[in-house]
Design a protein around this ligand. Sequence first.
Ligand SMILES: Nc1ncnc2c1ncn2[C@@H]1O[C@H](COP(=O)(O)OP(=O)(O)OP(=O)(O)O)[C@@H](O)[C@H]1O
Ligand SMILES: [Mg+2]
Length: 279
Amino acid sequence: MPKSVAEARVLAVTSGKGGVGKTNVALNLAIALANRVQRVVLWDADLGLANVQVLMRLQPRGDLSDVLAEQKSIREILIDTPVGIKIVPGASGDEHLANLSVRERLVFSEAIRDLVQEADFIIIDTGAGISANTTDFARAADDVLVVTTPEPTALVDAYAAIKVVHNGAPWSRIHLVVNMARDEKEAGRAMLRLESMAAHYVGSRLIKEGYILFDHAVGSAVRQRAPFLLAYPTSQAASAIWKMADSLLKTRDLPKEARAEPAKAPGVLERLRTLLGGE
Ligand SMILES: Nc1ncnc2c1ncn2[C@@H]1O[C@H](COP(=O)(O)OP(=O)(O)OP(=O)(O)O)[C@@H](O)[C@H]1O
Ligand SMILES: [Mg+2]
């Protein structure tokens, strides 16, 4: 039986600094969740480079600009993959999304409604940084996964991203992932550092989701243009992703104090419509 639209969970994967592993985390997490019998749509919303399709060797039949032009429906541009996830292909450099006409907003709104009905999870791979595009997508989410490396510069930028997400979307749960740490100790230190920086802002809403160590399997998989979860299923990075997927499934019903103002959280459709620039 199809689920009601309100049940689709939107998870934005974001970061302060670029190149910290968002696309790899988003893609592999999406595959792991699909394997846990979730219907997963991965939305490549990085307006810079259409990353996901490069990593997956995908040939899109269209993108969101075709939906807006009413040439194609969202179902027609969704790419079905053999790994159990569907992908909304990125519209490379599509600045137009930030400035839609009234008619286009309606079209987009309908498209999002369709998308929400397709999925239990919508995972959005946002661009890096605190640009309007990235923060709009983060505001549309129930859960925001902030990816950082242990480098001091990445931590400071992650803190800035957490602040922006907190201010824009006080209802969201913020998850922290430390990627490319040399060892467990370094990952732990980075987590604690960011947690103490952000404590007065987000308090108990910051969920220390876990870490992925620097793992050559990730780079090798990227070069093969295959998700590391499948290309290197026994790698450390792959087991970290499985753990993360299972933990995310458990946080669906997290205690209320983990969300600042649960009562005020708008519904998923309403939040996704904020992508249209409205409130
Ligand atoms: N755990 C890891 N171990 C080793 N290398 C990694 C790891 N995670 C990511 N990388 C490497 O870092 C590079 C950047 O990763 P990715 O493209 O996922 O980052 P991103 O945050 O999406 O970047 P952008 O901001 O450009 O979109 C990849 O080429 C990958 O090889
Ligand atoms: Mg990316």
